[in-house]
Write a protein that binds this ligand. Structure first.
Ligand code: CTP
Ligand code: ZN
Length: 159
């Protein structure tokens, strides 16, 4: 890639590069991967850099943490255009476009306070099903409450 982002953020030796994230969504991507920054491995993040395909985009580079394809596909909820690049010894060894999961378990909090997944006594792991990609809509498997992108942002503590 020859974009100006290369001037801002250097290449990584080993790890994962998540490219073509819609501008402004990099923090959501990190939250969906369960990365707070306190784990200690190296993370580089650029936001709002120019992209030929998207106009502007974000990029996230993660070194020293293994990520499964299932974990990485969660990103598609907030960054359906994202490309994942696995990097080994500075070379991109594999590249794939993320695909939206049909079920999201144990990650997001249902916004319905009465939902069984929000009860203190015997908490049940949350489970959402994808009902619409664009605009994004997830339905709680237990109470049927529909969740949109803004609800996901709230659930991840980003608004
Ligand atoms: N990258 C990196 N460190 C490396 C190799 C690649 O950070 N050692 C980054 C590049 O900066 C780029 C992404 O990984 O953001 C994908 O690299 P590459 O496939 O070389 O770029 P493009 O061909 O432009 O990718 P695409 O066609 O997916 O846009
Ligand atoms: Zn619910």
């Amino acid at each position: 890639m020859s974009g100006k982002s290369e001037l801002i953020i250097s290449k990584i030796r080993n790890g994962v590069v998540i490219d073509h994230i819609p501008a402004g969504r990099a923090l959501l991507v990190l939250r969906l991967l369960g990365i707070s920054g306190r784990e200690g491995f190296r993370v580089a993040l650029v936001m709002n850099v120019e992209s030929r395909k998207l106009g502007t985009k974000d990029i996230v580079k993660i070194e020293g943490r293994e990520l499964t394809k299932d974990e990485l596909n969660l990103i598609a909820l907030v960054a359906p255009t994202a490309t994942v690049n696995m990097v080994r010894d500075y070379e991109v060894t594999s590249k794939f476009k993320v695909t939206m999961p049909n079920v999201v378990e144990g990650l997001l909090k249902c916004k319905n306070p009465k939902c069984i997944t929000n009860q203190q006594r015997e908490p049940v792991k949350s489970r959402f099903r994808l009902v619409s990609r664009e605009p994004l809509k997830l339905v709680c498997d237990y109470c049927g409450t529909i969740h949109e992108l803004s609800d996901i942002e709230r659930s991840l503590g980003l608004v």
